[in-house]
Design a protein around this ligand. Structure first.
Ligand code: DP6
Length: 327
């Protein structure tokens, strides 16, 4: 049966950077993100006896090698659960540049998981979908839900899943993304986090701090305290990047433009334009702000030459099935 799903990307406010179990994708610390409206993956999956092998097409290109393998591995996991040996055709489109710190793997694996499970006739709840999605790409388990979403780290596979902390309508904050580079990053998150765990002596301190920051940010979300949310998110981002930079060899994902924007955000804040930054494993800067400041921030970013594109996102909703098939 042909099934199609869409899922939004997400940006972590408390980051996931490291696995306690590489095979099961259990994170070293529980983490939390907001789902981003309008940055999405749209994926059609058809399992059928008509196909002799799996076919994977992303953004108009037939995938081969490592990228195809990651998708096939996820299809195998889902086939195993459903007890099926049918091959699949997968067609997926992202409406934003992939692999430049904009988490296309998060929306991509969430949409793939929802569409593939439905295509094999499995009737799963969101918790089960997040457990399966997690094993394709960790951060994707959070994209099963909209709103503010926690990934509970767990000690075994069934204990590691996403939960909705607050709905997308609970507290309206915005993520204005300054895109300074659109090329694929040289070291993937997957490879990078494994190196950090192995070689960075600061690693454990950041994991301990992340657990504490997670409790604090959940309280701030509950209280709709934007300043506190922003401060904690920025701090955790810097803690994660400190461990990346102090990895051997060093993982410096920032470009000069990244630092320029970090400094500007700090200046804007001093002036009273309240905003905070967070950055994934890439050079692009996510600026968290309140709805009333969004326009001004976009205007100021437009004046910076190094900013190649700007995306402004509200908090988005759950991954969902749709009838809009891609083939
Ligand atoms: C910096 O989820 O892409 O974006 O589980 O190996 O697929 P794998 O890694 P991935 O890593 C995301 C890292 C991050 C932080 C985050 O989203 O929490």
């Amino acid at each position: 049966m042909k099934c199609t799903a869409t899922a939004n990307s997400n940006i972590a406010l408390i980051k996931y950077w490291g696995k306690a179990d590489d095979k099961l994708f259990l994170p070293t610390n529980s983490n939390l993100s907001i789902t981003l409206e309008g940055l999405n993956s749209h994926t059609t999956v058809d399992f059928s006896s008509d196909y002799k092998e799996d076919m994977v097409n992303i953004d108009g290109k037939n995938m081969e090698g490592e990228k195809k393998e990651k998708v096939v591995k996820q299809l195998n996991l889902i086939r195993n659960i459903a007890n099926s040996n049918l091959k699949a055709k997968v067609v997926s489109k992202n409406n934003f540049p992939s692999a430049a710190g904009m988490a296309s793997s998060a929306s991509g694996f969430a949409a793939l998981t929802v569409a593939a499970c439905a295509s094999l006739g499995m009737n799963l709840d969101k918790k089960q979908l997040s457990i399966i999605s997690r094993q394709g790409s960790g951060s994707s388990c959070r994209s099963i839900y909209g709103g503010y979403v926690e990934w509970v780290k767990g000690k075994k596979s069934e204990g590691s899943y996403a939960v909705k902390v607050a709905d997308e309508n609970y507290f309206d904050i915005r993520d204005v993304i300054a895109i300074v580079e659109q090329e694929e990053k040289k070291v993937s998150s997957r490879a990078g986090m494994a190196e950090t765990i192995k070689t960075c002596p600061l690693y454990k301190s950041r994991v301990d701090a992340a657990e504490d920051n997670l409790l604090k940010i959940k309280r701030a979300i509950k209280e709709k305290d934007f300043s506190e949310i922003g401060k904690i998110a920025e701090f955790d981002c810097l803690l994660m990047h400190a461990t990346m930079i102090a990895t051997i060899p060093s993982l410096l994902y920032w470009s000069p433009a990244t630092i320029k924007i970090i400094k500007l955000v700090q200046e804007w804040r001093e002036e009273g334009l309240e905003s905070y930054f967070t950055i994934d494993a890439g050079p692009n800067v996510h600026i968290l702000t309140l709805p009333e400041n969004e326009k001004e921030i976009v205007k100021r970013l437009r004046e910076i030459n190094d900013v190649k594109d700007i995306k402004s996102c509200k908090i988005g909703g759950d991954a969902a099935l749709t009838e809009k098939h891609l083939f």
